[in-house]
Design a protein around this ligand. Structure first.
Ligand SMILES: Nc1ncnc2c1ncn2[C@@H]1O[C@H](COP(=O)(O)OP(=O)(O)OP(=O)(O)O)[C@@H](O)[C@H]1O
Length: 610
């Protein structure tokens, strides 16, 4: 065909089918012989800017995501059967014109996303809002007009002409590394009051690392073939030695003992098993005190759950089951040995006061329960957290004594007095490590004056080790220090709460991640276009792209954590704010609110589960 000439006169009266089908004819001025005087056409419709929002968007129904087939055969954008768009004067009467056509003058990027957004932002008010409507899919032929090609990528924050980049809606500087180390302190100095680093969004790295290490330690396991341990001991399985020394000498209790981590088959929780080999348990009477120990709840005593005898280890073992505290070390290991890379922690006077207060608390509770601790061995007190100690082998002596003796030698009162003295001796031993001169061979009364601690602490040590003092009297003497300690505990609780509040969003975000990923791109539904290529899942899929797969004007991935967190929080909250979602090929777009998206996610996830 020659441009500008009409070759076929007979065709002049026949309406051009391109106009019927596509809304315009791109050969109109280039030689097309057919009649282009379609009364429904507006002048220059073929030159309408492709980024014109009125022709760029469509509305979308939550309950039913109607389906349109594009010319390329792809099943595409949903169109509602009743929507604000239907009453739009231009779109209502030019339904056919706005169907997508590959021959439509193609969208030409204007250089950057900035200009695209700038065009769009001024027209935002023209984009009809999404309103959930019917649950029935609307066939393509009855679909509302939609020109996907002219729908630019859109980010809701781009309302301001002056601030066109969507990243600018984000309140924080971008940091792509979730777990990047803390920036050097001087960086903080230059931050404006409203500015934060990504690390401010999460719990401090050292705390996170500590918790992760504990989790790792909890998950550590060893095969039965390697450990030579039984597959299970009653309901406890997955036994793993905690004490790595594998010593077989009888130490603290006069019996060879070992400590294992084990999982209960009943509740799936981890417990600590203390096993003593070949204990001559002859009757149930040996376990007389066990019920009292089991009912004792104290923050400074490791809780005892169960005591049993077993032949699972091919001997007559006595097994005591306690709470499990991953990564804990006993006092000896914590302060006097280098364990792996960890140097022993220095003992200071504030730490000694803290230990004294915690042990006094333990004694007080134990004595109130009509029991006695009886052992103040530094290996039988564990440090479960920084500065937090717990008595770890309670109840063992009571059982051993009952198993080996006819009747107890000491009365409960004597044993309880002995506890105070035992505690004093333990603290004295710890305090000795502060002294550089040789005090090891001196008696108690000569050693105390040589200690490099305050007079008050020396006085307490003297009272504990050489005088008759009750727990109540001790509590009175150390009351001011208890208050100081309580103050520190409250500060620590506040700090932990603050850390927790930083991470509190993360749990719900993970749940959302899980849901989104469970719904989108399911391999078994790949052939079922109605699962995620159309229908109710399609907006979810587009939303996922909107959150995670944004690119900048050069096509480079935009890795903006704050955008991800913002979007997911809004989705979780189901806010009414609407966003425009555009398919990766820019052929489909839809406006949908977070509220609707949330309902869709919930509904689709429920469908998966049903
Ligand atoms: N409840 C517990 N949770 C976690 N770890 C614990 C617990 N009780 C003890 N441990 C740890 O187990 C390890 C061994 O403990 P302990 O020294 O009491 O056992 P042992 O060496 O077998 O005793 P013994 O001195 O009688 O030989 C220590 O590192 C201790 O911190």
């Amino acid at each position: 065909m020659n441009s500008g000439t009409t070759q076929y006169e007979w065709a002049k009266t026949i309406p051009c089918r391109n106009i019927k089908i596509h809304g315009y004819c791109k050969w109109e001025k280039k030689g097309c012989s057919f009649n282009h005087d379609d009364p429904s056409r507006k002048p220059n419709s073929e030159t309408t800017p492709v980024s014109e929002p009125t022709s760029a968007s469509t509305t979308f129904s939550a309950e039913s995501v109607p389906i349109i087939k594009t010319n390329s055969g792809q099943v595409k954008t949903p169109v509602p059967n009743s929507s604000p768009l239907a009453s739009h004067s231009e779109t209502a009467d030019t339904g056919a014109r706005k169907k997508f056509n590959f021959d439509t003058p193609s969208f030409t990027p204007t250089g950057s996303m900035v200009s695209k957004f700038a065009d769009l932002s001024s027209k935002l008010s023209d984009i009809p809002a999404f309103s959930p409507s019917s649950a029935t899919a609307v066939p393509a032929s009855s679909g509302l007009p939609f020109d996907p090609e002219s729908a630019p990528i859109f980010t809701p924050g781009l309302q301001s002409e002056a601030e066109p980049f969507f990243q600018q809606t984000n309140p924080f500087p971008i940091n792509y590394h979730l777990y990047a180390g803390q920036p050097p302190p001087h960086i903080h100095h230059h931050l404006k009051p409203h500015e934060k680093t990504v690390s401010d969004l999460f719990i401090p790295n050292n705390l996170r690392e500590e918790i992760q290490r504990k989790n790792e330690e909890s998950l550590r396991s060893i095969s039965v073939a390697q450990s030579g341990l039984p597959i299970h001991v009653n309901q406890y399985h997955s036994l793993c030695p905690i004490d790595q020394k594998f010593e077989t000498s009888a130490k603290s209790f006069g019996y060879v003992s070992s400590v294992y981590k084990a999982m209960s088959n009943l509740d799936g929780k981890l417990y600590t098993m203390r096993r003593l080999e070949n204990v001559p348990i002859t009757s149930e009477a040996c376990f007389r005190s066990v019920s009292k120990w089991k009912s004792l709840n104290c923050a400074n005593v490791v809780k005892l759950y169960e005591v049993m005898t077993t032949r699972a280890f091919d001997d007559n073992s006595l097994v005591l089951v306690y709470d499990y505290y991953p990564m804990s070390l006993n006092l000896l290991e914590a302060h006097f040995f280098k364990i792996g890379e960890k140097d022993p922690e220095l003992i200071t006077e504030p730490l000694l006061w803290s230990y004294l207060i915690q042990l006094t608390n333990a004694l007080s509770e134990v004595h109130k329960a009509g029991l006695a601790v009886r052992i103040f061995d530094p290996t039988k007190i564990i440090v479960t957290n920084k500065g937090r100690i717990r008595l770890s082998a309670c109840g063992v002596y009571d059982i051993l004594e009952a198993a080996t003796k006819e009747s107890p030698k000491d009365t409960l009162e004597d044993l309880q007095k002995g506890d105070l003295q035992g505690m004093g001796m333990l603290l004295l031993d710890l305090a000795k490590s502060l002294v550089f001169s040789k005090v090891q061979n001196l008696g108690v009364t000569e050693t105390i004056p040589k200690l490099t601690v305050s007079d008050k602490f020396k006085d307490v040590l003297r009272k504990l080790t050489t005088q008759d003092i009750s727990v109540a009297q001790l509590q009175q003497i150390i009351a001011p220090e208890i208050l100081l300690f309580t103050n520190g505990l409250q500060d620590s609780a506040d700090y932990m709460e603050a850390c927790l509040s930083r991470e509190v969003e993360n749990a719900r975000l993970v749940r959302l991640f899980a849901k989104l990923d469970s719904i989108c791109d399911r391999p078994e539904f790949i052939k079922d276009g109605s699962w995620s290529e159309t229908g109710e899942r399609y907006p979810i899929k587009l939303f996922r792209d909107y959150v995670f797969h944004q690119v900048d004007e050069t096509g480079k991935p935009v890795l903006d954590l704050t955008h991800v967190v913002n979007c997911l929080n809004k989705l979780d909250a189901g806010v009414k704010e609407t966003i425009l979602l555009v398919s990766p090929d820019e052929m489909s777009c839809l406006i949908v609110s977070y509220e609707t998206l949330r309902d869709l996610v919930e509904k689709s996830f429920r469908q998966l589960r049903s």
